[in-house]
Design a protein around this ligand. Structure first.
Ligand code: ZN
Ligand code: ZN
Length: 354
C-alpha cells in the first residue's frame, strides 16, 4: 500500500526537482507511512524513507510503517534533523508550507544552516495524491457513511419538539459510537430554527420547536476515514416556506449529483447547484462552496466551489452540500457523499431526503 504511494510522491518530487521532502502534516504522515501516532516526521528521498518519532511511538511505528526506516528522536534536543539529513547529499529539501508553523520553519532553517541546503515550500503535494481514493480507502469511507446514514435515520425517529439541540447531539454521538465510529471527526451540528442560519452552529440548550427547520450535520470515522453528511428535519407540521426552501436545496443538490462528471472543475460542479438556487431567488443565501473532498481529513481536496480549478477525476470522493440560510428563520442544507466512478458521480450515502 504505502509503497505505491511513496513511488507516486517520488515522481512528483522529481517533477519539481526537489531532492527530498519533510512531511509533518498528520494525515499526510499517516497516508504515506501507515503510522497513526500523533507525533513524527517523514523524510522521503528517492532512496530513503525515514519515519522519525519519539520514544512513545518507536514500537508502534515499526509495526505500522514497515516500509520506513525508524529513527528515534529526542524532541528536547534540537539537532535531530541535521543528523537525519547528513550523508544524503541533498540540495533542495521540500517542506509542507500549509502546515509548518513559523516557529518550526525557523527551527528548521537554523538547524540546517551549515548544510547549504535550500528549503523549498511545497503545497498540496501529498494532498493531491490523497484526493484519489484506492478501493480499500473507499471501503472505509463507505463504512463511515453507513454509520451516519443510520444515525440520521435514528435521530429522525427520536427527535421531538421540546428536545434541546444538545440532547439531540448527544443522542447522535452515543448512537454513532455504539455503531463503531472510532471517534467523531468534527463536533456534531444540531441547529434548530434561527440557529440554522449559522452553517457551523454549535449545539446549545435551545429547545427544538414544532414546525421549524433543524439542520443536523454529522460525521463518523472508521479506520481513520471520515464521513460527512447533513439532513434538515422539520418536526411537526411543515409550512410553505420550509417546503419552498427545502425543495430548492434538494433540487439544486439532485441537479448537481446527476450532472457532475469526470473532467469537470470544482467551479463547474458548484455552478450546477448554485444556478438552481439563484433562479429561485436565494443566490445571496448560499454563502459557501458546494462541497469538499473527504478522506483521512473531513475537509480535503478536491474543492467544489466558486473559484476551484480542481478537476474531478476517477476515484475522487467528495460531498455535495448546497444550503440556503435565512437570518432569523434558519437554514436548510442537504449533504451527501459521492465518488467519481464510470465517469460520473455515484452517491454513497443513502439516508432519505424526502
Ligand atoms: Zn457536513
Ligand atoms: Zn461537509
Amino acid at each position: 500500500m504505502s509503497r505505491s504511494r511513496l513511488e507516486k510522491l517520488r515522481q512528483k518530487l522529481a517533477e519539481k526537482e526537489i531532492d527530498a521532502i519533510l512531511i509533518s502534516q498528520p494525515e499526510n504522515r499517516h497516508y504515506l507511512s501507515g503510522f497513526t501516532g500523533s507525533a513524527g516526521y517523514l523524510l522521503i528521498s528517492p532512496q530513503k524513507a525515514v519515519l522519525a518519532t519519539d520514544f512513545r511511538y518507536v514500537e508502534q511505528a515499526a509495526v505500522q510503517a514497515p516500509d520506513f526506516e525508524i529513527a528515534r528522536i529526542n524532541s528536547y534536543t534540537a539537532d535531530w534533523i541535521s543528523g537525519l539529513i547528513a550523508g544524503l547529499n541533498l540540495k533542495k529539501l521540500g517542506f509542507e508550507a500549509e502546515s509548518v508553523t513559523f516557529a518550526f520553519y525557523r527551527w528548521l532553517s537554523d538547524n540546517l544552516k551549515q548544510s547549504q541546503l535550500k528549503l523549498v515550500p511545497v503545497e498540496s503535494l501529498v494532498e493531491s495524491l490523497r484526493a484519489v481514493k484506492e478501493p480499500a480507502e473507499l471501503d472505509l469511507i463507505t463504512k463511515a457513511v453507513g454509520i451516519t446514514d443510520r444515525a440520521l435515520e435514528h435521530i429522525e425517529g427520536v427527535m421531538r419538539p421540546g428536545m434541546t439541540e444538545i440532547e439531540a447531539a448527544w443522542e447522535i454521538e452515543k448512537f454513532m459510537r455504539e455503531q463503531g465510529s472510532q471517534t467523531l471527526p468534527f463536533e456534531i451540528i444540531v441547529a434548530a430554527g434561527p440557529n440554522g442560519a449559522l452553517p457551523h452552529h454549535q449545539p446549545s440548550a435551545r429547545v427544538i420547536n414544532s414546525g421549524e427547520p433543524v439542520v443536523v450535520d454529522i460525521g463518523a470515522k472508521c479506520g481513520g476515514y471520515c464521513s460527512d453528511m447533513t439532513r434538515t428535519f422539520c418536526p411537526g407540521a411543515q409550512d410553505d416556506k420550509f417546503r419552498k426552501v427545502y425543495d430548492t436545496v434538494l433540487g439544486a443538490q439532485l441537479a448537481a449529483l446527476s450532472i457532475i462528471k469526470e473532467g469537470m472543475t470544482g467551479e463547474q460542479a458548484d455552478s450546477l447547484a448554485r444556478t438552481v438556487i439563484e433562479e429561485a431567488g436565494y443566490g445571496q443565501n448560499f454563502g459557501h462552496g458546494l462541497g469538499h473532498g473527504v478522506g483521512l481529513a473531513v475537509h480535503e481536496l478536491p474543492r467544489l466551489g466558486a473559484k476551484s480549478t480542481d478537476v474531478l477525476s476517477a476515484g475522487m470522493v467528495f460531498t455535495v452540500e448546497p444550503g440556503i440560510y435565512l437570518t432569523g428563520w434558519g437554514g436548510v442544507r442537504i449533504e451527501d457523499v459521492a465518488a467519481i466512478e464510470n465517469g460520473k458521480a455515484r452517491v454513497i450515502s443513502k439516508a432519505k431526503k424526502t
